[in-house]
Design a protein around this ligand. Structure first.
Ligand SMILES: Cc1cc2nc3c(=O)[nH]c(=O)nc-3n(C[C@H](O)[C@H](O)[C@H](O)COP(=O)(O)OP(=O)(O)OC[C@H]3O[C@@H](n4cnc5c(N)ncnc54)[C@H](O)[C@@H]3O)c2cc1C
Length: 410
């Protein structure tokens, strides 16, 4: 018998592919995890994941479309800078900047920017984009997002979300405005009938295997046993999708890793329903410091006009809903997404305690070793939070299917 911890997209995908006897233990009342939706005020909002990125994964697209049809959206994301809406990624669209900024950025990139890329994120960005673009966009945006200086993070962990354009593309984008969506995920996909409808279809064949409200409290690798509130389960192999930091914390005896050095962000998502749609982009990136949010996005579902505003927060303090409302109102007004407060019809706050992994210099020292240690004890820690990495839902599905395939083979 195998045990899967978590019925998010990773646990469900492992379950879809795993043969033989297994159970999925889920602490919440329903499947979906951060790939699901919740309801508030009669509206449905995504928890975390929104669009699927199938770009280099046609087999994953075929797999999920066997459960539900998906609709493709050609990416139309913008950066809001100095009251201008400039297509994202900025490095491909310098024509959107005033000449006094465009010219030095172009000169620095064409001259080969700042020398060989270094280990930390700041040196990497300087090497590819030069100081002017780093000061204007990358540093304010990423430091707001990560809540720490670029020098405190390592480069190369973004999985292509900071595309490095060819010089001819930078030049073409500096000479004229283009509407193309290059680089990272040019097309987004969303399930017909919204995310929860897909999760419902996807989890249905596993209904008999999923035990909800069954939180795993402890793991004893020597006895190959997990302990829950209601009992215990023996396993041959364990697939865990709970955050790696928490997993290491419930193992008995504790593994030899300083898990407190695994760092992550917490996110506050402000979900809002608006009276009408005034803007046409999907995502709007907000690098400027006076916006508390780093990103705003429209939900793709037809009918209601809903948006989400995301900001990085400290993990613990209670949420201040009045402040969040004030911040949402001023952000939506300043970006022209509403004309006045009367257009904000409904608002709900959702805290995501573990949302993004921080790639600092401890990551390469700790994470691969911890995952290998667990594997040697037949514990496969997978998914975005299980593998403590930056992945999309499509990446998670692929990794889960590959893990299950290896266990089937074994
Ligand atoms: C703000 C935000 C926006 C995002 N946007 C996108 C996007 O647009 N596109 C995209 O592809 N991805 C996006 N992501 C990432 C995406 O949400 C994740 O990659 C994906 O949801 C991870 O799925 P998972 O199953 O690995 O983990 P989770 O969804 O976290 O599932 C883990 C499950 O384990 C359960 N669990 C935890 N601990 C225990 C325990 N002790 N016992 C039993 N069960 C337990 C949890 O309840 C949960 O159901 C976003 C993430 C965030 C935070």
């Amino acid at each position: 018998m195998n045990v899967i911890i978590g019925a998010g997209i990773s646990g469900l995908s492992a379950g879809q592919a795993l043969q033989g006897d297994f159970v999925i233990l889920e602490k919440s009342a329903a499947a979906g995890g951060l790939s699901g939706q919740y309801r508030a005020g009669g509206f449905a909002f995504d928890y975390g994941g929104h669009y699927f990125h199938f770009q280099d994964k046609p087999e994953i697209r075929r797999h999920v479309e066997a459960f539900r049809a998906f609709r493709g959206f050609r990416r139309n994301s913008k950066v809001f800078l100095q009251r201008r809406f400039i297509p994202y990624s900025l490095q491909y669209h310098l024509a959107g900047l005033p000449a006094r900024q465009r010219h030095p950025i172009l000169a620095e990139i064409l001259a080969g920017a700042g020398g060989p890329p270094g280990q930390d994120l700041e040196r990497f960005l300087l090497a590819h984009f030069g100081p002017t673009l780093v000061r204007l966009f990358f540093a304010p945006y990423l430091e707001k997002f990560y809540g720490r200086p670029l020098t405190a993070m390592i480069a190369g962990m973004d999985k292509g979300s900071i595309p490095i354009p060819r010089k001819e593309d930078v030049l073409a984008g500096a000479l004229r405005r283009r509407s193309c969506a290059e680089g990272y995920n040019p097309v987004f996909y969303y399930p017909s009938g919204a995310l929860q409808a897909f999760i419902d279809d996807y989890s249905r064949p596993l209904a008999g295997r999923i035990r909800c409200q069954e939180e795993v409290l402890a793991i004893e690798p020597a006895r190959k046993q997990v302990i829950t509130r209601t009992g215990s389960y023996r396993y041959d192999s364990l697939i865990s999708t709970m955050p790696l930091k928490q997993l290491l914390g419930i193992m008995a005896p504790p593994p030899p890793f300083p898990r407190q050095r695994l760092r992550h962000l917490s996110t506050l998502v402000v979900n809002a329903v608006l009276a009408r749609r005034r803007r046409r982009f999907h995502w709007l990136y907000l690098p400027e410091a006076h916006f508390p949010f780093y990103r705003v996005g429209y939900y793709p579902a037809a009918g209601t006009v809903s948006v989400y505003l995301e900001k990085t927060i400290a993990a613990d303090p209670p949420l201040d809903s009045r402040q969040a409302r004030r911040e949402a109102l001023s952000t939506l007004r300043e970006t022209g997404m509403i004309a006045g407060a009367e257009e904000l019809l409904f608002l709900d706050l959702k805290r995501i305690p573990v949302s993004y992994i921080v790639f600092d210099s401890d990551w390469p020292r700790l994470v691969p070793a911890a995952l290998a240690y667990l594997r040697s004890r037949d514990i496969h820690s997978i998914g975005r939070y299980g593998s403590w990495n930056y992945t999309s839902m499509a990446d998670d599905i692929r990794q889960a299917r590959e893990t299950a395939g290896r266990l089937n083979g074994a």
